[in-house]
Design a protein around this ligand. Sequence first.
Ligand code: GDP
Ligand code: MG
Length: 258
Amino acid sequence: MSDFRPVLLVPHYNHVEAFARYLPDLLGVGVPVLVVDDGSDPGQRERLETLAVEQDFDLLCRPRNAGKGDAVMAGLEYAAHQGYTHALQIDADGQHETADIPRFLAVARERPRTMICGVPVFGDDAPWVRVWGRKLTDGMVFLETWSRGIRDSLCGFRVYPLAQTLTVVAIKRPGRRMDFDADMLVRARWEGMDLHFLDTRVRYPEHGVSHFHYLRDNLRMVGLHVRLLLGMLVRAPGLLKLRATGRLGKVTGEHGLE
Ligand SMILES: Nc1nc2c(ncn2[C@@H]2O[C@H](COP(=O)(O)OP(=O)(O)O)[C@@H](O)[C@H]2O)c(=O)[nH]1
Ligand SMILES: [Mg+2]
């Protein structure tokens, strides 16, 4: 495909310390970087603004914290206006593997209308609560999408084809906070977008800072899955019809077809 213009989209909230260490790897990929700061504390924001000028990346600053999902969606809209065709979403805190970016973008270039989704490969450093929490979420997503091929629904390392993704967002805006990644994926599936899954290493550094709030964000996830299960029931006749006529999007990955 000739018109393939990717950008690296980084949602950021109070992670400037880790981000500054990670930035050389990110810029080393040679793809433009867009950071969306989501109401970080003043000191962190100032440091980010200085880095943006010195290191030459795009920075969108939002006046107050509105959530990771909201920041990603603002970034997707901004990127589309700037003429980019694809956005690779990657965390600001260095947990994702920058060495995998070229591989993900190469697959996105081959499949320009497909959402390319990371499947986290955890090491011994991953907290068991997060690992098992994911399995539970993935089970729910199976019920909501009828697809065993969806091997992960939470990983924030993905390539979004902008036109297709913004169409899905316009139909129903996904969750604005940590519920975004799973909500976005299920809604993309319901709208017939093709999904492709690739493994990628996710690190949990010893002194890593997480803004995932166990009680608040897990309650949010429960609310999300109640809504998605009801949404699936409402859509069941339509989904059955799509499936019967082979028009449900394809779910593929390194480990074969769905
Ligand atoms: N824009 C924005 N980004 C956030 C927010 N909370 C977390 N993030 C970013 O989303 C990514 C994942 O968040 P993190 O706190 O590391 O959660 P975890 O990796 O799931 O434990 C990081 O890049 C954060 O900087 C938020 O409220 N707004
Ligand atoms: Mg993190």
